[in-house]
Design a protein around this ligand. Structure first.
Ligand code: AMP
Length: 281
């Protein structure tokens, strides 16, 4: 496994693979890797000749007062996990090389960036789309792997790729969960013992939505109200949003119909957790 920090070195490698006709599987991450990331890496390993994992905590996707500074940095542990998983290259550029002093170009996916997390994290998806576009130009992957954990992000990236004609395929893989079904996340490390225990209420709320819809409930606000009621039982939990939207355009659904995404963001103290579930009604 080789660790590459320089952008031009990564680009030269990418050009070489392209010339040799080798397929490149790419997993963009912000590090502090867990089993969710590893599921993407394993899939990339099975599908491709070469596997590249990027570890880059992207300052452009963090808002003012968000957790950029304290985001977990565990490079040494990440290297070991990647090595064990058969990764060929880790690409970990410095923020100042990705965003030079005179940096002024951004990619904006206008409509899909608006709802859900976009409402509460202005500029977040602009930062995501921009860094993914940059990484795609640098790594030139054949297939890029994303997690459904960040369902809106996967849709934003997919739209960006189509709109800007990136010759990349995208695969979106299921959410890896802990034993109590809490979605794995690098941010779970922020939770204290009590919050960690309480956080299992999030997948429980999504399962409640699933059950209600299966039982025939079609009124989105009834489902959301019952989910809120359940989450209220966790003392530290503060709901930021619970939304039911259509799974393609993320338009709010009053009446549950077709393929929908139930998505939520909930604060536990200073930690913001997100989770979601795709459903068909
Ligand atoms: P991050 O390091 O949080 O930016 O995540 C990097 C990639 O891993 C993104 O495509 C995420 O959606 C994906 N990912 C994060 N957590 C999970 C999870 N629990 N299950 C599956 N994929 C995940």
């Amino acid at each position: 496994m080789k660790i590459i920090k320089k952008i031009n070195e990564m680009q030269t490698m990418a050009l070489g693979f392209r010339r040799q006709g080798k397929s490149v599987g790419f997993v963009p991450t912000m590090g502090a890797l867990h089993a969710g990331h590893l599921s993407l890496i394993r899939r990339a390993r099975t599908d491709n000749d070469i596997v590249v994992v990027s570890i880059f905590i992207n300052p452009a996707q963090f808002g003012r007062g968000e957790d950029y500074k304290r985001y977990p940095r565990k490079l040494r542990q990440d290297y070991q996990l990647c090595k064990k998983a058969g990764v060929d290259f880790i690409f970990c550029p410095s923020p100042s090389s990705m965003y030079t002093q005179d940096y002024q170009t951004y990619v904006e996916v206008v409509r899909l960036s608006g709802p859900l997390c976009g409402r509460f994290r202005p500029g977040h998806f602009r930062g995501v789309a921009t860094v993914v576009a940059k990484l795609f130009h640098i790594v030139e992957p054949t297939i890029a792997y994303f997690g459904l954990k960040d369902a809106q992000q996967a849709l934003v990236v997919d739209r960006m790729m189509q709109d800007l004609n990136f010759p990349v395929r995208i695969k979106v893989l299921p959410i890896a969960r802990e034993k109590d079904l809490l979605a794995m996340s690098s941010r779970n490390a922020y939770l204290n013992a009590r919050q960690r225990k309480e956080a299992a209420i999030l997948p429980e709320a999504l399962l409640l939505a699933y059950k209600l819809v299966k039982q025939g409930e079609r009124n989105a606000s009834v489902v959301i109200r019952k989910m809120r009621g359940l989450i209220r039982r966790a003392k530290d939990a503060k709901v930021q949003y619970i939304s039911i939207v259509d799974a393609k355009k993320l338009k709010q659904q009053k009446k549950i119909k077709g393929r929908i995404l139930v998505a939520l963001a909930v604060w536990f103290g200073k930690t913001r957790l997100i989770d979601n579930m795709l459903l068909s009604a």
